[in-house]
Design a protein around this ligand. Structure first.
Ligand SMILES: [Zn+2]
Length: 444
């Protein structure tokens, strides 16, 4: 959320401290970018018009004359924060409740009746299909995966039961990025699952919500909780198998999609075998590596948003790369807001990555990118060039296209972004760091 300037920040603004001012300007653009589509999606009417007018007013401030008047900067930022808060408060009032929410109940029920009950009942007509889904996503560990899946559904039922409309169970969280259904935090009996608007108002398909909840549900298991090594798009989850697949939430999510026959097309058995055996085309594999790195950056920047910067230093990978950011603890609210904007930027990047299609062509000169009318970002590269170019350079080229598409305000360019992503990887959580290293190494 856009922070009200506190005394220290205001003073710094009015004294013309450049990095504080620049950070605020970037945050302003980010918050506008975040709220515009949310307001735009409201039903036509007075409320939408009023909120649009407030956002327009902030947009006008962003280019106003006060930019030259240093002494007006603090007051102007305060005015922007007030307008943003009015918009956010108004949006908070129009969300369906998580308590007894019919969509959440139906989705958990779908997981129980169409997967857990079926996988244990060999007379059920879809028994074979469900088992095949587990085998394709987990291989040698599919029986362990089935047991974990059943535990996950039990855990989700418990989450439903302790949902109280406050801070327990499923918790409505409107600051989840637009389009993200849910996000878990914690493990065991006290875990919560944040749910966004789209999970509560029926915007998501039933199967989509069920798959999302299965994903989040595996994160909150008291024993052997999962992490996000790769997400399910682009079939990335099939690159994992055995023990590492059990550690990755999207493998469970993809199992739901396959078991319910939704969210395909799915790769053939031959393609699954090639992905596992690392014999799939090099550029496809690199795309998976890129996707995984962006995913981890997104996950980790979320962790950064949880830090209390009045007590904690800037996270190392950020401090080393974003040297322009004020590092003084007096600017804790500003740093916190910046982390949220950074996290949102990683999400935008991740969504752009979801639309990236990589093609290799022998007749192509160098490489080029076309944006199709369906939003697909088609990156085509000469086959010889793809074969002899180092991995880091190929990743840089692909990332260039994503940065242009995602219109990231933060970081400032691809080089900085790549440095940040690689830094985040280097300083990832201890238990994930080695797993990731092995995974990335398996592609070279
Ligand atoms: Zn996850």
């Amino acid at each position: 959320m856009f922070p009200f300037p506190d005394e220290a920040t205001r003073k710094a603004l009015d004294l013309g401290r450049r990095e504080v001012f620049q950070t605020y300007r970037v945050l302003m653009a980010c918050e506008l970018q975040r709220l515009r589509p949310v307001v735009g999606a409201l039903p036509a009417g007075l409320r939408r018009d009023q909120l649009t007018a407030r956002l327009d007013k902030v947009a006008a401030l962003a280019v106003g004359t006060w930019l030259q008047q240093i002494s007006e900067r603090g007051a102007t930022m305060h005015q922007a924060a007030t307008l943003f808060k009015e918009v956010q408060d108004s949006l908070d009032g129009v969300v369906p409740s998580a308590v007894g929410n019919p969509y959440l109940v139906a989705a958990v029920d779908e997981l129980k009746t169409r997967i857990v009950d079926v996988m244990n009942d060999d007379r059920n007509p879809t028994h074979a299909a469900v088992n095949t889904a587990f085998a394709r996503l987990f291989g040698s560990t599919s029986s362990v995966a089935k047991a974990r899946f059943a535990q996950t559904v039990t855990a989700l039922q418990a989450v439903l039961k302790r949902t109280d409309g406050r801070r327990s169970g499923f918790v409505c969280n409107l600051s989840l990025p637009d389009g993200m259904g849910a996000l878990a935090s914690g493990q065991g009996d006290t875990a919560i699952i944040n749910v966004g608007r789209s999970a509560l108002d029926g915007t998501m398909h039933l199967w989509e919500l069920a798959a999302t909840l299965a994903h989040e549900g595996t994160h909150i298991l008291a024993d052997n909780p999962t992490v996000d090594i790769v997400y399910r798009h682009r079939n990335a989850a099939y690159h994992l198998q055995g023990q590492i697949a059990l550690q990755n939430a999207a493998n469970f999510e993809q199992t739901v999609c396959e078991a319910l026959g939704q969210g395909g097309p799915f790769p053939t058995d031959e393609q699954v075998a090639a992905m596992r055996g690392r014999t799939a085309p090099r550029m496809d594999s690199l795309h998976t590596v890129l996707a995984s790195r962006i995913t981890r950056a997104w996950v980790r920047t979320y962790d950064f948003t949880r830090l209390d910067f009045t007590r904690a230093d800037l996270p190392k990978p950020v401090a080393l790369v974003l040297t322009d950011l004020p590092q003084d603890r007096a600017y804790a609210p500003l740093i916190g807001a910046y982390m949220e904007a950074l996290h949102a930027a990683m999400f935008a990047l991740m969504r752009a990555e979801g639309r990236l299609v990589v093609r290799v062509e022998p007749k192509m000169l160098n490489h080029s990118t076309v944006i199709n009318s369906d939003g697909t970002i088609r990156f085509t590269i000469n086959s010889d060039l793809a074969a002899r170019t180092p991995v880091a350079q190929l990743l840089h080229w692909m990332l260039d296209e994503l940065v242009a598409e995602a219109k990231c305000q933060i970081p400032k360019d691809t080089a900085q972004l790549l440095a940040l992503i690689l830094g985040i990887e280097k300083f990832d959580r201890d238990n994930v760091h080695d797993v990731l290293n092995d995974f990335y190494d398996s592609f070279h």
